[in-house]
Design a protein around this ligand. Structure first.
Ligand SMILES: [Zn+2]
Length: 236
């Protein structure tokens, strides 16, 4: 009964309607026809690194999606999260404690999604996106996400920033794959990521690309899409 109530409250929290979408799993903002890309940051918030990233994004007038972990939403990150939402960034669900979804049953997956949504909801009422830890998901994950009125956002460019690469290496991964609607994956827990972010942003701009406002991402993807294959990587 308790879970049922939580499910309905989560559906209520998510006001976005994607009933016309053919798929709820995306790895690109397909409806984006302009030279624009979406920046996404996983595994935070981090009291140390996220503020540095926010500062750079603000300087360049860029809004991003932050896929947060429920367990990182504490008193220590309260002001930071309020600040992120106030500045126009979008909070999204990256599970509660980064457990792989494919290693647990559907009821547990659903429970984790709900618990994390509940942790985010004091800061942001509508939670549209879920990104499974390690990019690993199965049919139960899709069904749980759908049940909560949410969609799964994967990525099309992995910077592997958690390996602490040089700017040159990161840019070598981004540049050849830049396309309208690309989704770029970073992590806002590594200082190295924050240190090279401004260079990355300037390089993306120099290629003639601008940045997608995350608030518009859901309506842009609500077009027929194919389900990308589940993939497992070594992201932390
Ligand atoms: Zn992660």
């Amino acid at each position: 009964m308790k879970i049922k109530t939580a499910i309905f409250s989560s559906i209520f929290l998510c006001g976005f309607c994607f009933s016309d979408c053919h798929s709820i799993v995306i790895n690109k903002i397909k409806g984006c026809k302009e030279k624009k890309v979406l920046l996404t940051f996983d595994d935070g918030p981090s009291s140390k690194v996220t503020p540095q990233i926010l500062k750079i994004l603000e300087k360049h007038g860029i809004k991003a999606i932050f896929f947060v972990l429920g367990q990182r939403i504490t008193k220590a990150t309260d002001l930071l999260l309020k600040n992120m939402v106030q500045k126009g960034h979008l909070l999204a669900n990256h599970s509660f404690d980064h457990k792989s979804m494919t290693k647990i049953c559907k009821a547990q997956q659903l429970g984790i999604l709900i618990k994390t949504n509940q942790a985010i909801s004091p800061y942001q009422k509508e939670i549209v996106w879920f990104r499974p830890p390690y990019g690993s998901y199965n049919a139960e994950t899709i069904s749980s996400t759908k049940q909560l009125g949410m969609m799964i956002m994967m990525w099309s460019i992995d910077t592997f920033d958690w390996k602490r690469p040089s700017f040159k290496t990161v840019w070598g991964r981004i540049q050849p794959n830049l396309q309208p609607g690309s989704i770029i994956l970073f992590h806002d827990i590594h200082k190295n990521t924050a240190d090279s972010l401004e260079k990355v942003i300037c390089a993306i701009k120099a290629e003639g690309f601008d940045f997608i406002n995350p608030q518009e991402a859901a309506s842009l993807v609500c077009l027929p899409t194919e389900t990308p294959p589940a993939k497992i990587d070594e992201n932390p």
